[in-house]
Design a protein around this ligand. Structure first.
Ligand SMILES: Nc1nc2c(ncn2[C@@H]2O[C@H](COP(=O)(O)OP(=O)(O)OP(=O)(O)O)[C@@H](O)[C@H]2O)c(=O)[nH]1
Length: 335
């Protein structure tokens, strides 16, 4: 039977842990995005619970790949997270509860190399989104007894549930932000984001006198693709075009879906001649690279109109000039 002194000491420890969890929850609730939340969560846990190491194991495929896609390549994710198959992760949490282990060797396949050296015991805490396992928080400690399997996991469960709830909130914000600015089918930015990008570029051009050009792009005979191969194939073509365009332009250029089969690319700091050269390069790429579709190669080609801002015109005038150039190019093509 624990004596009174021990009970008082236990309750003091519990209260201290509850306070730390409350502080973490309060801070992460204020985060504006899921990315900010994950970063802050890991920093706070490591600091408040003085862990040897901490990392994030992300279930692959993730239920939010369209939100995480690009972010996974960031240096933060490279250093602090790791993708693990959803099946492997699920096997650690058969009852959705945290896993404690002081035989870290058995977790070697999922333990990041950087944490392996100082790990004598490990805790894995499941994070869930809409009832699906999304990730596991991975804690390591140099004390073999810190995460001894015989210990209770109530506090870790609370941490997992609270972090999951806060993450769900942040993801709703991310999704709203994404829907407002990105095209769900192709993943490239939408017309709304295009408008603010062009406005900013025009201001920059007027202030610093740097050139600014844009391309107005249309897929050739797209209606025919839809009519011949079906709407799903048409959707794949649009995604293919958007992916290729995004990869073919520079980091500070941007690709937007304008409408239907039309895309706009902004070329920061590029003159008319340079923009023409980009247009030529993009059109040639599609001429030479038909889209793999089922067991065929589908001809997918584009036409590009070009316009350069001279510093006087507004966004609509600039887009109109590029559209007229596109019309001129399309009219010259054999039907
Ligand atoms: N599959 C699919 N089709 C779309 C989408 N949005 C628009 N469309 C179709 O895109 C087609 C565009 O047709 P047009 O503007 O005539 O283009 P086109 O056939 O490429 O004609 P040209 O530009 O003269 O070569 C229309 O049939 C639209 O229904 C979409 O998200 N997915």
């Amino acid at each position: 039977m624990p004596n009174l002194q021990q009970l008082i000491e236990n309750s003091r420890v519990n209260e201290s842990i509850a306070n730390k969890l409350f502080e973490i929850e309060t801070e992460i609730l204020a985060c504006q995005s899921s990315q900010e939340l994950l970063q802050r969560l890991l920093e706070l846990i490591k600091e408040k619970f003085t862990l040897t190491g901490i990392s994030l194991l992300l279930a692959e495929p993730t239920p939010i790949s369209y939100l995480l896609g690009v972010k996974l390549q960031s240096s933060w994710h490279q250093q602090n997270s790791r993708q693990v198959s959803a099946e492997t992760l699920k096997a650690f949490h058969p009852d959705n509860k945290p896993l404690l282990c002081n035989e870290p060797g058995s977790l070697k396949p999922v333990l990041p190399q950087s944490l392996l050296a100082g790990a004598e015991s490990v805790a894995l805490i499941p994070l869930r989104l809409e009832n699906k396992l999304f990730a596991s928080l991975l804690f390591t400690d140099c004390d073999k007894n810190r995460f001894h399997p015989a210990l209770g996991t109530l506090h870790l469960e609370q941490l997992g549930v609270k972090a999951s709830l806060c993450l769900s909130n942040a993801l709703i914000r991310d999704q709203l932000e994404y829907m407002a600015h990105y095209d769900r089918l192709t993943g490239v930015a939408n017309r709304r984001l295009m408008e603010s990008t062009i406005s900013e570029e025009l201001v920059r051009q007027r202030r610093y006198g740097v050139p600014f050009s844009l391309l107005f792009i249309d897929c050739n005979k797209f209606k025919q693709i839809n009519d011949t191969y079906g709407h799903d194939c048409g959707d794949k073509v649009l995604t293919y075009v958007a992916d290729q365009l995004s990869q073919l332009i520079r980091e500070n250029d941007h690709c937007f879906r304008y409408a239907g089969d039309e895309f706009v690319i902004t070329l920061a700091g590029q003159s008319y001649q340079e923009a023409r050269a980009v247009a030529k390069r993009l059109m040639a790429f599609f001429q030479n690279n038909p889209m793999p579709y089922q067991d065929q190669k589908l001809a997918v080609t584009i036409s590009c109109g070009v316009a350069q801002s001279k510093g006087q015109e507004n966004m609509d005038e600039l887009l109109k000039a590029a559209d007229q150039d596109l019309y001129r190019i399309k009219s010259a093509q054999p039907s």
